[in-house]
Ligand binder design. Structure first.
Ligand code: PLP
Length: 461
C-alpha cells in the first residue's frame, strides 16, 4: 500500500512514512493510492466482535507490513484500554430512527482520543525500532491538543508542542493541555484564532530546513493515520444497526473535515452509507460551498461549539483531490487561490461532492435549544458540537437509520451546556481534580520566527 500527495509533487510513501511525515513536502496531504474494499461477507463477519477486533480488521489492509499482526493487535489494545466504556463507542437511541454515537468515553472526553491514543502507540513503536527522536508540532481548537498531550506525555522519543488560540478554548480543554507534568509536552497559547495556529504549523512544515533540523512530525487531522483510526467506528456502529444488510446514514459535526472524511473512506471500503451529512455551526463555509460552489473564507466567528470554529478546513483537500479526478496540479492551483481568499469549485467536482455529501448549518440559538430539547425528551445531555449534529440530522431523517456523532462529553463545555439547560454537567470521577492541578503554559506571538526559536530552545534543553 502506497500513499500519494493530493498535490502530486511529493514522493510516494509507505504507511509508516506517511504517519511520521504528516504534511507532504509539496504542501499536500497523503491519501492511499487505492482504497481497499471489504466484501459483504467480511463486513458481515464483524457483527458482534469487540471494538478492538473490528479496528484490526478495518485498518490492517491500509498498513502494509508496518507491524506484525500480533504487534498491531497489541497496540490497538493498549490504545483503547483507558476508555471509560467497554463498548468504546456505544450507540444510544434518540428517536424512532435516530441514534447517537457516543465518541466521548476516552481519556480527554472527545472523539480525538480514538485516533490520538492509537497514533501515539504506533509512532512510539516505529521510533523504538530506530531509536530516533522527533518533534511534533500541532495546532488545536481545543480537543486535538488535549488528546495529543494525553497520548504523548512521557513518551521517550517525542517532544510535543501544541499551539492553541489564547483565550478561545474552554477551561476544561485548556487545563487538559496545561496540567500534564511531563517535560516532553509543551502547551503554547498563541495570539490569534485556530486558523492562525494552523497556518503557523503549516509554515513550519513548509520550512524544509527547519523541518529536517528538528525532525518535525504532525498529529493534526491532516495525518492519514488519524483519519484511518476514525474509519473504525463508522463500521462498528453501522454493523450494530444491521449493515451490510441494511444501509445507514451519518451526520457529522464538522470543522477540519477529518471525521467526516473518515466516513467517506468507510463508504469507499464498501460500507453501505446512504447519506453522509456535514453539520456546521455558524462557521458554515462547507455548507455554503456545497450550496453555492464557492469556497470562500470570511473570518472565524467564535461560537459555543469552538472545536468547529474553522474556515480553512484542511481535510477538504482530500475530497477535492477525488472530485478533481485525482489531479494534483489542479488541487495545488485551488489551494493557491485559497490563500488569496477562496476558489470556485468546477461544475463536475461540485456534482461529485453533492452526490457524496448532504449538509446543513445550525445557529447558536438552535444549538442551545437542541441541548435543552434533547435532554427533556431523552435524558441525553449533548455537548454543543453533538447538538449541532443532532439539529442538522433532524432535517435528514427518513427510513434509513441515522447515526449522529456525539464528538465530545458535555462536561468539556460546561458553561455552554449550563446556559442552554440550566444544569452544569459534572466531570467523570476520574478527572474530578482537574481544577486543582497547577497549570504550565507559554504565551507566544503569532510569529513564525519566534515560534521556531521557542521549539529549538526547548528541544535543546
Ligand atoms: C475536532 C472536533 C470536531 C470537528 O472534527 P473535524 O474532524 O475537525 O471535522 C467536532 N467536535 C469536537 C468536539 C471536536 O473536538
Amino acid at each position: 500500500m502506497r500513499y500519494i500527495s493530493t498535490r502530486g509533487a511529493a514522493p510516494d510513501l509507505t504507511f509508516s512514512e506517511a504517519m511520521m511525515t504528516g504534511l507532504a513536502r509539496d504542501g499536500g496531504l497523503y491519501v492511499p493510492e487505492t482504497v481497499p474494499v471489504l466484501s459483504r461477507a467480511e463486513i458481515a463477519g464483524m457483527a458482534g466482535l469487540p471494538y478492538e477486533e473490528v479496528a484490526f480488521r478495518v485498518m490492517a489492509p491500509f498498513l502494509g507490513d508496518t507491524f506484525a499482526e500480533a504487534a498491531f493487535r497489541g497496540l490497538i489494545a493498549q490504545a483503547y484500554q483507558s476508555f471509560g466504556h467497554a463498548a468504546r463507542a456505544p450507540l444510544v437511541q434518540l428517536g424512532a430512527n435516530h441514534f447517537l454515537l457516543e465518541l466521548f468515553h476516552g481519556p480527554t472526553l472527545a472523539f480525538k482520543d480514538f485516533a490520538m491514543q492509537l497514533i501515539g502507540q504506533m509512532m512510539q513503536a516505529v521510533l523504538a525500532r530506530s531509536g530516533a527522536r522527533i518533534t511534533i508540532v500541532g495546532a488545536t481548537s481545543g480537543d486535538t491538543g488535549s488528546a495529543a498531550m494525553e497520548a504523548f506525555r512521557g513518551l521517550s522519543n517525542v517532544d510535543l508542542f501544541i499551539l492553541y488560540p489564547h483565550g478561545r478554548v474552554s477551561e476544561v480543554q485548556r487545563r487538559q493541555m496545561t496540567t500534564p507534568v511531563e517535560a516532553n509536552v509543551h502547551a503554547i497559547a498563541m495570539d490569534g484564532d485556530f486558523d492562525d495556529c494552523q497556518a503557523r504549523v503549516k509554515d513550519m512544515f513548509n520550512d524544509l530546513a527547519f523541518r529536517d533540523e528538528v525532525r518535525l512530525a504532525g498529529v493534526n487531522s491532516i495525518n492519514w493515520a488519524r483519519v484511518l483510526a476514525q474509519v473504525v467506528y463508522y463500521f462498528s456502529s453501522a454493523i450494530s444497526l444491521g449493515a451490510p444488510h441494511r444501509p445507514v446514514s451519518f451526520t457529522v459535526p464538522t470543522g477540519n473535515f477529518g471525521d467526516i472524511f473518515a466516513g467517506y473512506i468507510a463508504r469507499a471500503m464498501g460500507l453501505p452509507i446512504a447519506q453522509l451529512v456535514i453539520a456546521t455551526n455558524q462557521n458554515d463555509i462547507l455548507d455554503r460551498a456545497l450550496r453555492t460552489g464557492d469556497y470562500v473564507t470570511d473570518g472565524v466567528k467564535p461560537s459555543i461549539s469552538p472545536s468547529m470554529d474553522i474556515q480553512v478546513s484542511s481535510n477538504f483537500e482530500r475530497v477535492l483531490f477525488d472530485a478533481y479526478g485525482r489531479d494534483g496540479a489542479a488541487v495545488a492551483a485551488l489551494m493557491g487561490e485559497l490563500k488569496a481568499g477562496g476558489f470556485h469549485i468546477s461544475q463536475g467536482a461540485l456534482q461529485m461532492l453533492r452526490a457524496s455529501f448532504a449538509s446543513g448549518r445550525c445557529s447558536e440559538d438552535e444549538t442551545r435549544a437542541t441541548i435543552a430539547r434533547t435532554y427533556a425528551a431523552t435524558g441525553e445531555l449533548l455537548c454543543p458540537h453533538g447538538a449541532v449534529g443532532v439539529k442538522v440530522a433532524q432535517a435528514h431523517l427518513g427510513p434509513v437509520p441515522m447515526i449522529t456523532l456525539a464528538t465530545a462529553h458535555p462536561a468539556k463545555f460546561p458553561d455552554a451546556v449550563a446556559a442552554a439547560m440550566g444544569e452544569r454537567p459534572a466531570l467523570p470521577p476520574r478527572m474530578a481534580d482537574l481544577f486543582q492541578r497547577p497549570e504550565r503554559v507559554t504565551r507566544a506571538a503569532n510569529d513564525l520566527g519566534a515560534l521556531q526559536a521557542l521549539v529549538r530552545g526547548r528541544i535543546a534543553g
